[in-house]
Design a protein around this ligand. Structure first.
Ligand code: CA
Ligand code: CA
Length: 159
């Protein structure tokens, strides 16, 4: 009988949790919700390719930023973490130099928030992956093997 009640209570809690958390729950609360998407802000730093794989492993993709509003929300969120380094986003021109696409969709960027003079393939060094600057919210192309934090995105799960 006791086991039955424990099972009942645990089951009820699971149902409540599933409905309340439309973004995946994490111990450290790294998933955040904005409009129709969930965003994961990593604490771990890694290369762009490894970041892309990490997002894929948790059912998401490296973030594609499609509007000023979305970029500004991410910018504010980054500032709230008070970790003043940059984060990888999903834009890359690894396939065709100078043509940045979003890695999840393959679409060319329509909205962009590049910093002045970026993307610039600085000094001829291959800079084929994009980062967002925590302080300004603006973007820069950098070498893909630099290790830094990253942002994943996935659609909200509707119950
Ligand atoms: Ca490039
Ligand atoms: Ca650059």
């Amino acid at each position: 009988m006791t086991n039955f009640w424990i099972l009942t209570v645990v089951s009820s809690l699971c149902v409540v949790t599933a409905q309340a958390n439309r973004c995946p729950p994490t111990d450290d609360d790294r998933w955040k919700e904005f409009r129709d998407s969930c965003y994961f802000f990593s604490e771990r730093s890694t290369t762009w390719r490894s970041a892309k794989e990490s997002c894929s492993e948790n059912g998401s993709h490296l973030v594609d930023i499609l509007s000023w509003e979305e970029n500004e929300w991410i910018h504010q969120r980054l500032n709230s973490y008070r970790y003043y380094e940059d984060y990888y986003i999903g834009a890359t021109d690894q396939q065709h130099e100078g043509l940045f696409i979003w890695t999840n969709s393959g679409d060319a960027l329509e909205y962009g928030n590049w910093n002045d003079g970026e993307p610039n393939q600085h000094l001829g060094t291959p800079e084929n992956c994009a980062e967002i600057d925590t302080r300004s919210g603006r973007w820069n192309d950098i070498p893909c093997d630099i290790v830094m934090r990253f942002i994943c995105k996935r659609p909200i799960t509707r119950k």
